[in-house]
Design a protein around this ligand. Structure first.
Ligand code: GLA
Length: 394
């Protein structure tokens, strides 16, 4: 076995093939599924609203070969562990570890009527866990794609995204929206995608060559994240329920305008009102930011990113001290258009839109200032958006 525990670096195609051969004794095919960064539109996905993510060069890579039986055997290079699962097991329960993202997807695919076959899979990921860059979605999507390929079934990347989300909702117990799985399945090279999470229509928005998207990992991940996430979702559902008598038949906060919310503010407690205000104003910001980015108005796009951060921090209350420090440092650098937290919250990463020529200095300065302020060494990189899941050439 050439794989032991290995952290965030990427395994080369040759290493993956050799590792697979060493572990499972035959030739694999290879699959890749990316993590993501969201430029703007946070927690709007499960409110039927708008988001604007891009797929990253950090990805999960899977080496895969079919088996003659119905066993799914998976080796994680990062954890250094091999686990097995019988596709005929009627009710496998979650184990509260990394395998839930693997077996949960198999259960969701089988539940949707997909006739799966046994497989050996080796997974290696460069998406840092806890970074808010969707390591779990990248793992789920790589597994889903691998299993469908092994079974010789057609792959519809929208259906695959929905089934991976279902795995996370029902098997893992995290009530996430569709964003992470959708962009990992459908990412587009050099573009962000503005996605309407109700219709799942997507509008590719090219990244202006005068700007760089810079991602900075705060290196903190507060454990309350998934419990607080589900609570935010429940607050949004409560707001819809309480606003209905005033606004008529609304299905989700997507159906509420900022003016409609203000007019019916009295129906909500202060906290629920602020949660709803984040969502309804964030939806408007996403739509405007997509237009601004497409029109080359980088300054306006950046302003909207800054406003989004303030709204997450003050109204939705999903930021934390370290992330606020990181955003604050970033927003004060020369050449920055805007900066905000990205992802589910309570730690993780920030995303900044920076003038191309200023990006190198930006990364150095932010890293140094963040370390000085917190003692933490941020990993910072400029990303170039990638295609969604697919075969890995080699
Ligand atoms: C997590 C979830 C997504 C989305 C973001 C917040 O990444 O998986 O569905 O809700 O948080 O925007």
């Amino acid at each position: 076995m050439i794989f032991g525990r290995r952290e965030a670096n990427m395994f080369s195609v040759d290493e993956l093939k050799a590792g697979f051969k060493d572990t499972f004794g035959r030739e694999p095919f290879l699959v890749r599924a990316p993590g993501r960064v969201n430029l703007i539109g946070e927690h709007t996905d499960y409110n039927d609203g708008f988001i604007m993510p891009a797929a990253l060069e950090y990805e999960t890579r899977a080496a895969v070969a079919p088996r003659a039986d119905r066993i799914l055997r998976v080796h994680s290079a990062k954890i250094g562990e091999t686990r097995e699962f019988d596709l005929d097991d009627p009710a496998p329960g979650p184990k509260r570890d990394w395998t839930d993202y693997v077996f949960g997807v198999a259960v969701a695919l089988a539940g949707a009527g997909k006739k799966l076959k046994g497989a050996d899979i080796l997974v290696a990921s460069s998406v840092p866990v806890g970074s808010g860059l969707s390591s779990s979605a990248a793992l789920e999507v790589s597994i889903g794609y691998s299993l469908l390929t092994v079974a010789g079934l057609p792959i519809d990347t929208i259906e695959l995204a929905k089934l991976c989300q279902k795995a996370e909702n029902e098997f893992v117990g995290m009530r996430c929206g569709i964003m992470d799985q959708f962009i990992s399945c459908n990412g587009q090279h050099d573009h962000a995608l503005m996605i309407d999470c109700r219709s799942l229509e997507k509008r590719p928005v090219p990244i202006d060559p005068r700007a760089r998207i810079v991602v900075a990992n705060s290196m903190v991940h507060h454990e309350l994240a998934s419990g607080e996430y589900n609570k935010r979702r429940a607050s949004c559902e409560e707001a819809v329920h309480l606003l209905s008598p005033g606004l008529g038949p609304i299905k989700a906060l997507r159906d509420v305008t900022p003016a409609g919310l203000e007019a019916n503010k009295a129906l909500l407690s202060d906290v629920t009102y602020r949660r709803a205000r984040h969502i309804v104003t964030e939806d408007e910001r996403v739509i405007e930011a997509a237009d601004a980015l497409a029109a080359g108005d980088l300054a306006r796009c950046g302003e909207l990113m800054n406003q989004s951060h303030a709204s997450m921090r003050d109204d939705y209350e999903i930021s934390c001290e370290e992330v606020d420090v990181l955003v604050d440092i970033a927003q004060r650098q020369p050449g920055v258009f805007g900066s905000r937290m990205t992802g589910g919250g309570f730690g993780g990463s920030t995303v900044s839109l920076v003038e191309a020529g200023a990006a190198e200095a930006f990364m150095e300065n932010v890293k140094a200032a963040y370390e000085k302020a917190t003692g933490l060494k941020s990993t910072i990189f400029a990303c170039s958006p990638q295609q969604g899941v697919g075969p890995l050439a080699g």
